[in-house]
Design a protein around this ligand. Structure first.
Ligand code: HSE
Length: 292
């Protein structure tokens, strides 16, 4: 038997829609695998009742099929589904890393990311690697059609998860089909600023670079309380804020000393809108880890 933990992740970071992702120190999913004649899946933990256990419909089951690596797979969810924190990506990433090791497949990092993205596509409908890449590799990741670039970053973050659900399908439905040249220039400038900030571990630059004139305003409409959370977080010291992945979680960047206050302010912002929420003060973390 082999156990792998893969972290929650936050994709997009505002200006890097479908490109940027970051691994969080917490929360995370834990996956245990052992060889079997055919794949079976058991799920416990946050939101387990909403996740299909038929291997054909489950991210981990699809990963096992892709790797031709049948296994008894036990998933303990630390990240509930439809949270915007890469829940299905974490299960897919942990399973890919675990089965690669269990069956000694010797996959490269990029191959592991591709296999895990196939698994995630089973539930989201489209294969995005912006959550599975940081879930496997850790740090800050930049995913393009030509490959994956990673940067280690020392950065304080808060993710705040409300007790509401936004499906990735709905969240993709509100993304505009096109952008103006002005929006494109602004987005490129912000994304470049964010990458420079990550390279320098500078929360002010990262926060400034998260501004996004295109996707964030459209998705914020789907999240009750987003505006109140944004202003409360900024008042408490957040340097930048964005919808985490497809939502409804909200991601804030701040200086290390402001983390607790920003977390409390975000919970209070949701509460003003009548929404219960839980905040995780966290930081940029490592990718999937194998425990024997
Ligand atoms: N980049 C994706 C999105 C992440 O925002 O829709 C969720 O799969």
């Amino acid at each position: 038997m082999l156990t792998v933990r893969a972290p929650a992740t936050s994709a997009n970071l505002g200006s890097g829609f479908d490109v940027f992702g970051v691994a969080l120190v917490r929360p995370g999913d834990v996956v245990r695998v052992e060889r079997a004649r055919e794949t079976t899946i058991e799920i416990t933990g946050a939101g387990a009742e909403f996740i299909p256990t038929d291997p054909a419909d489950n991210t981990a089951g699809v990963v096992a099929r892709e790797l031709d690596a049948p296994a008894r797979i036990q998933i303990d969810k630390g990240i509930r589904p439809s949270s915007g924190l890469g829940s299905s990506a974490a299960s897919a990433a942990a399973t890919a890393v675990a089965l690669d090791e269990l069956y000694d497949r010797g996959l490269s990092d990029e191959e592991l990311v591709r296999v895990a993205a196939e698994g995630e596509a089973a539930v989201s409908g489209e294969a995005h690697a912006d959550n599975v890449a940081p879930a496997i590799l850790g740090g800050f990741t930049i995913v393009t059609d030509d490959g994956i670039t990673t940067l280690e970053a020392d950065l304080s973050l808060v993710v705040c998860l409300p007790e509401t659900v936004v499906s990735t399908r709905d969240a993709r439905g509100v993304v505009p089909d096109s952008v103006t040249m002005d929006q494109s220039v602004e987005t490129v400038g912000n994304a470049a600023t964010l990458v420079a900030g990550m390279a320098r571990d500078d929360p002010d630059l990262v926060g400034r670079g998260m501004a996004d004139p295109v996707v964030t305003p459209a998705r914020a409409e789907l999240i009750d309380g987003y505006e109140a959370v944004e202003s409360a977080a900024r008042e408490a010291g957040a340097t930048g804020i964005a919808v985490s992945g497809s939502g409804p979680s909200v991601l804030a960047v701040c200086r290390p000393g402001d983390r607790r206050e920003v977390a409390a302010a975000m919970v209070e912002g949701f509460s003003e809108a009548g929404v219960d929420a839980r905040a995780y003060p966290t930081e940029v973390g490592s990718g999937a880890e194998i425990y024997r």
